[in-house]
Design a protein around this ligand. Structure first.
Ligand SMILES: Nc1ncnc2c1ncn2[C@@H]1O[C@H](COP(=O)(O)OP(=O)(O)OP(=O)(O)O)[C@@H](O)[C@H]1O
Ligand SMILES: [Mg+2]
Length: 350
């Protein structure tokens, strides 16, 4: 993909916390890890040599254990944090060279943040909170209110306009947070554990609200989560951080089929592979002459049912109406079997 289609480009990004971070970059480049940097030099390695291209109109998930650098990374995108070294390019523009005015505009109009704790103003109504991103741009209140009303409706809060945050459940509060971010028309949504405080059912509900909206709006969404099910559900791409380094980046299919190391394997060990892996990622090259047809996006659980109940035990895999490969029960079983660490040559990507 060419650079122009990349919404966000993160290049050789380092963040080190401490009294003299710039002096530490070389040590980290020389291979010093997070524990040693802390012990010997009293500095915290936040991020190490992060390179990530985030395509426009997709959902990029960032995962990793607590302290791995997820929030630090997302906060660099709208420069809430200054890097120790490296580049941050958004729409071809260097975020680090923006002046205060550019940056204010950028945060208000280009990249909107949705926080975990909703960050609603307690003494303002739902309508006022949703309009907040517009009123701080000095858009007249009546216009701000009418523009944000559309988003209040879209997130399912019609009728609650005059309620205060404390009168709403957590899920409803987060809907207000989402409406507020959407009302700014920002092309990029930065969501740091936005749904993590919600109960499982409400959380699934919010994921659905977001996926429905995304189908129509095609925002560039950068979404941090601890939860792999959430990541697999909403992510077009997933980046996995460990101790400030990016250990793997790819589609959910790539990550599940070909985990880069034991850390990643550990993340994915409990998922239901049959419901995640798609036929297109595990098929073999040559379609059989005859057999049932399966869409490449069919998940293995369904594909296996088709194979079992068909007389011909090999399926033709179809993508965009074209025959692109074949799928046997053996392919399915191999893909279902759990691998430890990086597998050898078993994936369709190698
Ligand atoms: N202002 C700061 N000063 C010193 N160290 C910091 C600062 N901010 C973050 N860190 C450290 O940087 C590392 C990455 O922190 P970060 O908050 O980005 O992790 P995270 O992946 O978002 O974790 P969590 O899942 O708990 O939110 C941690 O070791 C953290 O202690
Ligand atoms: Mg965090």
């Amino acid at each position: 993909m060419s650079d122009e289609q990349m919404k966000v480009q993160i290049k050789n990004l380092y963040k080190i916390f401490g009294s003299n971070p710039k002096a530490m970059v070389e040590k980290v480049q020389g291979g010093m890890g997070k524990p040693e940097l802390l012990e010997k030099h009293g500095h915290v390695l936040g991020l190490k040599d992060i390179n990530l291209d985030i395509p426009a109109r997709k959902v990029q998930v960032i995962m990793g254990l607590s302290g791995s650098g997820k929030s630090t990374l997302i906060r660099h995108i709208n420069r809430l944090i200054e890097p120790t070294a490296g580049e941050m390019i958004v729409d071809g523009e260097d975020v680090l060279s923006m002046n205060d005015n550019d940056l204010r505009e950028f945060r208000r109009k280009k990249a909107s943040m949705v926080f975990q704790k909703f960050a609603l103003l307690p003494h303002r109504t739902v309508a006022e909170n949703a309009a907040y991103g517009l009123t701080i741009q000095n858009i007249p209140t009546s216009e701000a209110m009418s523009r944000s009303q559309k988003w209040i409706d879209r997130v399912g809060l019609s009728g609650f306009e005059n309620h205060y945050p404390a009168q709403l459940s957590g899920g409803m509060q987060q809907r207000v947070g989402l409406a507020r971010a959407l009302a700014t028309d920002a092309e990029i949504l930065l969501m740091d554990e936005a749904f993590s405080a919600l109960d499982p059912l409400i959380r699934t509900d919010m994921q659905n609200v977001m996926l429905d909206l995304q189908e129509e709006l095609h925002k560039t969404i950068i979404f941090i989560t601890h939860d792999l099910d959430e990541a697999l559900r909403i992510g077009d791409n997933i980046a996995i951080l460990r101790d400030g380094s990016m250990v793997q980046e790819g589609s959910p299919q790539q990550i599940v089929l070909d985990p880069a190391d034991d850390y990643v394997s550990d993340f994915i060990k409990d998922i239901n592979r049959g419901r995640v892996l798609e036929v297109g990622s595990v098929m073999h090259a040559k379609p059989p002459a005859k057999g049932p047809e399966l869409e490449a996006s069919t998940v293995l659980e369904e594909a296996m049912q088709v194979l079992v109940s068909s007389k011909i035990k090999e399926a033709i895999v179809v993508r965009d109406g074209k025959k692109v490969g074949g799928l046997s029960m053996e392919d399915c079983v191999k893909a279902m079997a759990r691998t430890q660490g990086r597998s050898e040559g078993s994936s369709a990507y190698t």
